[in-house]
Design a protein around this ligand. Structure first.
Ligand code: TYM
Length: 458
């Protein structure tokens, strides 16, 4: 069973050490585990909430994409895309908006902080606050729920957003009476849950206290490290590692043995200048090889564009069927389906009367195949050809255990493909258009769930 891991970065600035250790590094490490199905993306719709500078957004999208790749993301293994290339995300945002309590959004940290700032300044509480900022958590919930992500690796500052995504998912599931969404779990690397910036506060674009990962090269890395604020203890005086941003940053990159040696050096009174030089050298050892790859990548934006477009195709193949399922659930259905359903029996009645069934047959070329028929006798799937009837039987058996939520159904313009282990195993007939195809998707999903129920009760 694979675990779906998903995370994103807002494209408003140059990636910094906090983004790297809080999100990029753990996410890429997770993506290398065979049991992980990873989704990483550029949150460029979120960026519009924070910046109205088109050049900055454009540059940041490129820099962040190049950073993911330079840090080791393999686009063949991971679904890597831009939020704005997946129209299903804003569509889902609206569905979720309509079930989200306004009071929940009133409690979001970023919105509350903006209100508090206005109130302190004697302004109207909502002065200069956009509806975009207010809706931020709902868009983020849609990012996660559109893909039924199970785990979301982030820094500590994002915990509230993941909790809100869970609340919103639960509410939607409750209202529409089915577990449409998996409840995502936050994954925090405790050691680096919040990396401090130059001034000791959380490293953040908004505080202007960041240490850039690649921008400005090794010289800027060194210059910025030298600007980390320290206390006034002179060389020879013992320093307190636990209250020093230098130590926290060092520890986020170093092994336990290295960190213990650095702690000892601080306690024994190493001068701040020398301690900063040691930190810079430790960072540079990890960053230099990645920087070289980053510079090569950023010089080829067209290649990055191609990678992201391909990623968007993969992402839409998952989000598209999900949205089709949700549209059906909330009543945004094709009108021609009303006629079909009315002309036949009500769905529940059909469900109870006859289950979907498989029919195996031998094709003209001697191979073995099967069809899946709906309760009403309509053909839902035709399998590929198998040399051995046992193989065909094994696939049918797996379909009886799979269920709709675990099925991988790829939408083509007028048909659907069912995959097992990334291999196409069956296709639907061709439909007149995408609306009919989406209707068929819902029937197919219902049939897959019925097969499981049937198997359990057999
Ligand atoms: P963003 O762009 O502010 O930050 C990207 C990731 O970097 C982490 N991070 C840090 N971790 C440790 N120490 C720090 N000083 C530090 N600064 C940033 C953040 O926690 C985050 O994991 N809303 C998100 C982007 C987003 C998203 C999503 C994330 C949009 N949709 C869906 C996960 C899932 C944000 O603005 O992150």
């Amino acid at each position: 069973m694979q675990t779906r891991v998903l995370t994103g970065i807002t494209t408003t600035g140059t990636p910094h050490l906090g983004n790297y250790v809080g999100a990029i590094r753990p996410a890429i490490a997770a993506s290398r585990r065979p049991e992980v199905d990873a989704f990483f993306f550029m949150a460029d719709y979120h960026a519009l909430i924070k910046s109205d500078d088109p050049a900055r957004i454009e540059r940041s999208r490129l820099e962040i994409a190049a950073t993911w790749l330079a840090a080791g993301l393999d686009p063949n293994k991971v679904t890597f895309y831009r939020q704005s290339d997946v129209p299903e995300i804003p569509e889902l945002t609206w569905f979720l908006t309509c079930v989200t309590a306004k009071g929940l959004l009133n409690r979001a940290h970023a919105y509350k902080a903006a209100v508090d700032k206005n109130t302190e300044a004697g302004e109207d509480p909502d002065a200069a606050i956009t509806a975009g900022l207010y809706m931020y958590p709902v868009l983020m919930a849609a990012d996660i729920l559109a893909f039924n992500a199970q785990q979301v690796p982030v820094g500590r500052d994002q915990i509230q957003h993941i909790e809100m995504a869970r609340d919103i998912a639960q509410r939607f599931n409750h209202i529409y009476g089915h577990d449409f969404f998996v409840l995502p779990e936050v994954v925090i690397e405790e050691q680096v849950a919040t990396l401090p910036g130059l001034d000791g506060r959380k490293m953040s674009k908004s505080y202007d206290n960041t240490i850039p990962l690649f921008a400005g090269g090794t010289n800027q890395l060194r210059d910025t490290v030298m600007r980390i604020v320290t206390d006034s203890r002179a060389p020879g005086e013992p320093k307190d590692p636990d209250s020093s941003a230098l130590f926290t940053i060092f520890r986020a990159f170093a092994s336990e043995t290295e960190s213990a040696a650095y702690r000892r050096a601080l306690e024994e009174g190493i001068g701040w200048g020398e301690a900063k030089q040691v930190l810079y050298e430790r960072l540079e050892a990890d960053i230099a090889p990645m920087r070289e790859r980053y510079e090569a990548l950023i010089a080829r934006p067209a290649d990055i564009e191609a990678i992201l477009r391909e990623g968007a195709g993969k992402a839409r193949a998952i989000a598209g069927p999900k949205i089709a399922e949700l549209r059906d659930a909330i009543g945004l259905r094709s009108m021609s389906a009303i006629a079909t359903v009315a002309a036949t029996k009500p769905r529940q009645a059909v469900k109870a009367s006859r289950p979907p069934r498989f029919a195996s047959f031998r094709d003209t070329d001697g191979s073995f195949r099967f069809r899946l028929f709906s309760s009403e006798g309509d053909e839902l799937l035709l399998s590929k050809s198998f040399k051995d009837p046992k193989e065909a039987g094994a696939v049918q058996k797996r379909l009886k255990m799979l269920g709709a939520s675990a099925a991988t159904l790829i939408s083509l313009p007028r048909s659907l493909v069912l995959e097992l282990d990334d291999e196409p195993v069956a296709t639907t007939p061709d439909y007149a258009d995408d609306i009919e195809r989406d209707e068929a998707l819902n029937y197919l999903r219902a049939a897959l769930d019925l097969l499981v129920e049937q198997e359990k009760s057999a």
